[in-house]
Design a protein around this ligand. Structure first.
Ligand SMILES: Cc1cc2nc3c(=O)[nH]c(=O)nc-3n(C[C@H](O)[C@H](O)[C@H](O)COP(=O)(O)OP(=O)(O)OC[C@H]3O[C@@H](n4cnc5c(N)ncnc54)[C@H](O)[C@@H]3O)c2cc1C
Length: 431
């Protein structure tokens, strides 16, 4: 019996290790063969986290599920099988010590993504899986009347008893992930939710914002609001708010919060149907800030507004906001109430115009993908085609920045490997 795993990324290598172990444990001589188009395995692991690989997050399964929004519940069983703590323990057992950053992100202590990739590849190979590199798959189809599968390569077609599809999404296509799996899945009868970029830098901003290119804000809240059609009520709550770092760039906005909310923007028909706002002082309410300005005025008011706002903004941003609101040169005593209000608004509710994103080329993940309704979350097996398992980013799942996406790939890959092994074992010895 043979299992094909298509794609040697995080999900594929984890699936390979577990499938091979389970088959060996059951005394089976079945083969697990990983077909990878690149000449190296785990290319995205190598480039991840700025080549440091943020492999998971310091939270429980619930925290991981929250990061995936509506898709999160689908991961419950996979995370019960392989939790973030299990991932850390597994990598420790493979010789990769880890460190937790203040944000909760978990990295290898060596800060080398290579160590994570090598550990996972070694784990799969030592478990008995064969990884064939430079082996691009052209198509996957059921073999007529046998319940088996044909996997079409450039110069040959191979037969398998089960297939685990772990080809990833279509983000960062330069490293091989160009979305071929979606067409195969459609041909096999699966629904593919239209793929779109997520965790992607945003394009937009006004000229004065571009002038701030390179400026990082460490602790802000970015929110995306939906903009209703004319005549309809504005929503009271944002569609998504994320707190953390933010970066002004020459083309628009980046950094963890901008990227985390980007998936909500790409989910809209057009960016104009959404509005991005920044709260530059999330620990203070607008009332508290207004009162603070009042107190400052009462205490003398001779102080320049710019110097006072520097408390809320880094100097470069304070100067830019001062220019835009026309408050840069006046003292607090001279600050008219309307301008003080505009200033507080800029602190609590700065609107950042967004015209688009950097697209799949610069997206860290793909949102959309194989519909979760057609995959059994207890096994990762297709509900339409027995023997076909689907794991990792090709599924309609996308999480925040912070190690959540690798955790999802590892957990779904683990479950797929385990159940694909069971599937072929049961097919070999039907009861
Ligand atoms: C720049 C960048 C940084 C990132 N940093 C992080 C991070 O620090 N932490 C985090 O959690 N997530 C991070 N991510 C996201 C993370 O890399 C993905 O979510 C994760 O790799 C998905 O794993 P996967 O195994 O499903 O797919 P992939 O890792 O994309 O693996 C799919 C594999 O399938 C292969 N393949 C594709 N088509 C074929 C074919 N036709 N035939 C054979 N093989 C094929 C590909 O070459 C690839 O090796 C980052 C992504 C990018 C782009």
């Amino acid at each position: 019996m043979k299992i094909a795993i298509i794609g040697a990324g995080a999900a594929g290598m984890m699936a390979a290790a577990i499938a091979a172990q389970r088959l060996a444990g059951a005394g089976s001589d079945s083969q697990v063969i990983v077909l990878e188009k690149n000449r190296k395995a785990g290319v995205k692991i190598l480039m991840s986290g700025g080549t440091r690989c943020n492999l998971t997050h310091d939270c429980g399964p619930e925290g991981i599920m929250e990061a995936f929004g509506r898709g999160g519940a689908f991961l419950r069983q996979a995370l019960a099988t392989l939790s973030p703590r299990d991932v850390v323990a597994l990598f420790h057992s493979l010789g990769v010590a880890t460190q937790i950053e203040a944000t909760g992100k978990i990295f290898p202590a060596s800060n080398r993504a290579l160590d994570v990739r090598d550990a996972l590849q070694g784990y799969a190979e030592r478990s008995g899986a064969e990884i064939r590199l430079g082996c691009g798959v052209r198509a996957v189809r059921p073999a007529p009347d046998t319940g088996r599968f044909q996997v079409v390569l450039d110069d040959e077609t191979l037969d398998f008893d089960a297939v685990i599809l772990t080809v990833g999404g279509k983000s960062w296509p330069g490293c091989g992930t160009i979305g071929e799996g979606y067409a195969w899945m459609r041909e096999l009868g699966h629904t593919v939710i239209t793929p779109r970029p997520a965790l992607v830098p945003l394009v937009g901003g006004e000229e004065w914002m571009h002038g701030l290119s390179g400026l990082t804000l460490d602790d802000v809240e970015a929110s995306v609001w939906s903009v209703p059609p004319e005549g309809q009520k504005r929503p009271k709550k944002p569609a998504l708010t994320r707190r953390g770092g933010f970066l002004f760039t020459h083309f628009g906005f980046s950094g963890p919060t901008a990227m985390d909310v980007s998936g909500v923007i790409t989910a809209a028909d057009s960016p104009a149907q959404t509005r991005l706002t920044l709260d530059l002082a999330p620990d203070y309410s607008a009332d508290q800030i207004e009162r603070w300005f009042e107190d400052q005025r009462r205490e003398g008011g001779g102080r320049k507004t710019l110097a006072a706002t520097h408390r809320w903004f880094p100097k470069r941003l304070a100067e830019a906001v001062g220019e835009v609101t026309g408050t840069a040169d006046c003292t607090l005593a001279e600050l008219p109430r309307a301008k003080a209000k505009a200033l507080v608004d800029s602190i609590k509710n700065l609107t950042l115009p967004v015209s688009g994103t950097r697209g799949f080329d610069k997206a860290e993940v793909t949102a959309g993908g194989v519909s979760l309704k057609e995959v059994d979350p207890r096994t990762m097996q297709s509900r339409l085609i027995p023997g076909l398992f689907i794991a990792g980013e090709i599924l309609d799942l996308d999480g925040w920045i912070g190690g959540y996406n690798f955790q999802s790939a590892f957990s779904t890959g683990y479950l797929a490997g385990e159940h694909a092994a069971r599937h072929v074992s049961e097919a070999a010895c039907p009861t």
